[in-house]
Structure formats: structure tokens, C-alpha cells
Design a protein. Sequence first.
Length: 665
Amino acid sequence: MRRLLFTITCLTGLCLASAAQVPSVTWDRHSLIIDGRRVCPVMGEVHYSRIPADEWSGEVRKMKEGGVTVIACYVFWNHIEETEDVFDWSGQRNLRQFLEVCKTEGLPVVLRVGPFCHGEVRCGGIPDWLFTKGCKMRSEDPVFLKHTERLYRQIFTQVQGLQWKDGGPVMAMQFDNEYRGHGSYLMALKKMANEIGFDLPFYTRTGWPELASPVPFGEMIPLYGDYADGFWERSIEETAGNYYKAFNFKAFRSSTAIATEQIDYSKETGDRKQENQYPYFTCELGGGMMTAYHRRPYLYPEDAYSMAIVKLGSGSNLLGYYMYHGGTNPDGKTWLNEMQRTLATNYNDLPVKTYDFQAPLGEFGQINPHYYMLRKLHLFMQDWGDVLAPMEATFPCQQDIPKGDDSFLRWSIRQKDGNGFIFVNNYERLQNLTAKKNVQLEACGVKLPTLTIPAGAMCVFPVNIDGIRYATAQLIAKRDGKIYMEQVKDIPTTLCVDGKTLRNLKPKGTGKPVYKNIYLLTSEEAGHLFIEDENSQFLNTLNFSKEKEAGTLRTITIGVNKVAEEPSDEDFEQAAIYRIQIPQPSHHLLRIDYRGDVARLYANGKLIADNFYNGRPFLYGLWRLPKDCTELELRILPLQKDMPVYFPREADTTPGEHVKNIEAL
């Protein structure tokens, strides 16, 4: 349970009495501007159709408490029209109800309407039946556009009356996703949407890959992204790919690591001149990462936090996380996950049900450590966004840094009119960067004290902000005349204010200032500022028994895209079988600590959850079970010797399978 102690500042004042009071939304090359005020939003991706409808309200509120100020959401075509001409907007597919929840919470929404979304959904969200029509997908083919128009008209029935101009939450739309063809296709989608009745403050597209021909300037804001690792990487080596570049401050906006199974990023290219006329926004900054069968990354809280610091320090004024909240694929006529055996978008084999993504909020709404870590930065963006937004980024250190280069500190400056912020990142995923000694940071003509920047340190220091000449502590929030700062671990806090230099300050929490209206917090206090949490405790250890040993090992096949294929439904006939006794009633999180290749969970004979083992436990929200369910069946396929699979260092790859413990949290 969580209780909000302090109202999180609403980005827009969305809860309006009438359309006449709707805030104006404009943008320039720096930022969004709401009613004349610059803002630095935090956008969190959540897929409404991957979460039961009765959980939406609590989960959206949890996102808001984490500092999210804009919701991003795909509308998956095959989730709502899996059968041709049969649209299903019921239950967890009810987009309108989800938008009403967002409106109640005062959160604007960016709808990503496809027709192609990807999102690790079967065929990228395009229904199987459309492949029988003989049209070219994602093109200006009249047949394809005719069916897309039907889709957009259906989406409009859900959105009508809830657009921004009506006082609703829908503020923007993204057309298609990761499209590399001619801009005329994207413009055809926008024209179609406008003629149907969509009339929004702005529209977006993914800024990758580079288009074969551009869209006219200003029609769609390109949004960017980066990830700490990628399940889509073809390699099964630990640090394959260019993901290390996400931890370097740089002016170049695009990633050379996103979707490398589809897009060739041989070099950092792009039209910088036009790019820099747009604000620097992201829509896919990795809040975590999924596990594919052939590649199963294990993400750390520091991965997401470091990338967020780097993006802000590189000039971004909107952090958009993919994903911020995990989910579960809904039931369909067939499995709705991406896999190599499907008609299209068959680059990787993903789990049938789970889409946890190791996100700040997991598949069942569980709060992961980077929820609090990122929240510190989100509060800062809300309270100093208008100051940060017009600041230009400069780069004292080199921008093209080799993987694991530990020869200097990575840092950047954003400044304007004598005010600034210094961004520091001494972290790179799976690389052991060392402490940097005798560091002299300077911005706006102000030199900070000589520092030792510890290994793994990531922080933002203010210069000439709100009367603070400088501080070797991080600004967190500014409320009711009080300024809250975080003491960065292992960096002594020096505060220069009112002509005084206060050294070696110690955190005193929210109860006592360290100077006048300035409060110094520990990292944990900063992450939990303005909220209270009731600590989850182990309810009990559940009874379970092994009913059947695993049978014949399956042959691991290589699929059409030359990576290992996940097991079929039939393969689980040879799985080890366990029975788990469930206490009634149960409103807790099931945690299965196991070792194996793939595990599946069944309730009353129906598949409800699955897990590709990567060293983390297998989780399930017991509140989602049918009321009459008192026993679960767990099936586990054993690990095999020399599997063509990347397992992280946290995984025990001893051949076989084993269940260590099962608990209800």
C-alpha cells in the first residue's frame, strides 16, 4: 500500500470543467510549452490491453506517484480486431475506459496507433487476416489504407470527446512505428486521421530509422530512444552491440542499438540540421528489457537511472520510458506474442504471456528499485523543468567513447544566462569503471571543489540555481518554499549559498534544514520523498510437491531468423510438473525461485503465466486467479548443456531443473 503525502504537481492542470479552459500546447526547438510555461515531461509507457481493467486506476496512480506526467500507450490492432470485422473494445481492451482513468488522474496521453506497433506483439499488431488480402503492408497500397482507415475510425469512437481540445487527456498521436520508408506514407496516415476527426496539439513519429524521404517540417515531432541491452541482438555474447553508447553524453540523438535485428546502424547518420530544429524528446528510453528465448538480459536499476541522467545531460527535455509498467498478453484466438513461427515481425521468440520488461513497475504492479531511483529525477524535472528546458548542452569530455573506456570522467553541462547544471555519469553497464580522483568540474564560470567521483556515481549538480551558488548535492524538489537535495553517496556535500561555503554537511531528513530552507536527504529518503510505503512482508512459504520428473529433452531448433526457437506447447508434455497449494483468499504475489529453461504456470488447465529463466524469480499476481482455484500446476523444461542462448551471469546454468522455494509475498 502507498499513500501520497504531497500532491505531485500536475503537468497541465488537466482536470477541467469545460473545453474553454483547455491549456494551450505549443512547442519549439527546446521543449513543450503549456500555457506559456516550459515543461520537461516524464512519459511512461503502459499497455492498457496488457493489464486487467480493474487494476488500471491503481496502476496509473502508481505511475503518477513515480513522477510520470504523460502516459504513452500502443493500440494494438490485433488485440481489438483479431477476427476481421469483429472489433472488441470490452474488458481490458476498453480504450475509452482507460482514457477516462487517465483523465481522472490528470495525465495527458500520447496514443501510438500503428497500424504497425511492434511492441513484441504477434505480427507487430497487424492481424493475421490482413495478410490474406494481397496488399503491401505499411504502404500507400489502397487496400492496406482502406483497412487502416477502418481501424482509425474505430479508435476514434473510443477517443471522441476525450481529445485535448475537449478537455480530455489525448494530447498527441504517433503514426506507425520504426518506419523506414517514404514520409508520404506517414503523411497519408495523418491526413486520414485528421479527416476522421483527430485534432490534437501535436503528432509524433519514431526518429529511427532514417526515412527514405522526409515528412514536411513540423508535421510530426521525431522521438528517440536508447536501451542498456537488447533481447533482439543476434549475438549471445554478454556485451554484444552498441548499447554502451547509451552511457555516453553526446549531441547525436539517435541510437545505434535499437532494433538491430531489423535496421542497419553501421554509423551515426542523420540530418542534424533539421533534427536540431525539433525539441529533443525520447519515447523509448529503456526502463528495463524483455527476455527473448535466445537472449535473456538481466537489467540493473542503475542502467535506467544512468541512461536518464545521460539523456537529460545531452539535451533531452522529455524522458519517455519504454516500458515504465510491464504487462501480460491478453487471451486471444491464438497466442499473441512475437515468435519466429508467425507470418511477420518474426525476428525473436518472446514469452507467450509475460511482458514484464523488468520495468520500474513490473507485470503485476510490483515496485522495483529503479522506480524510486528514477523518481528523484522526475521530481527535479517537474520543479525545475522551466529552468532546464532552454539550457543548451555542451560536452567537456569526448562524445565517441569506446566500450569500457575508464580513462576519464564522463560529464556534460547545460547552461543559460549564467545558470546551469552539471551532469555526471561514472557508470557503464557491466563495465567496472573506477573512481575518478582530483576532478575539477566547472560551469558558468563557477568552479566546484576538487572531488573524487566514486565508481558508479550518477548525479546532477546545480550552479546558480535558486540562490545556490553551487552544491555538490543533487536538487530533488522545491515545494512550499523548501528546497530538498540528495546527498550523493560517497561525495561530501558542500553548499555555497549567501556568500557562505558550508562543507561536509550531513543529511537531516525532512525534519530539519541544513541551512535556512534547504533540506539534505539520503538517497533512500529522496526516492521516497512525499510518499509513504507499507513494506511488503513474506506471507508464508507455500506447500508444493513434485508430481513428475522431466522426460526426454527437446531438440532446440534454430528459427527462420537464425536464433534459437522457444519450446512449443507440445514440448511441455515432457516438462517436470509441480503442484502448488494456494491459500484462500489470496491477494498476494507468488514468487517461484527456480532453475530451468522455461517455466509455465497453469490454473484449472489454462496457461496463465510463463517465464524464460534469467536468474530472476518467476512471479504471478494471485489476485488474478479464478475464485475457485486452490491449486496451480507448474511445468519446467530443464536447462541443457551448451544451449545457443545468452544467459546473464546471475543465472545458474547447471543442466536440469530445480525449484528452491515458493512463497506468497
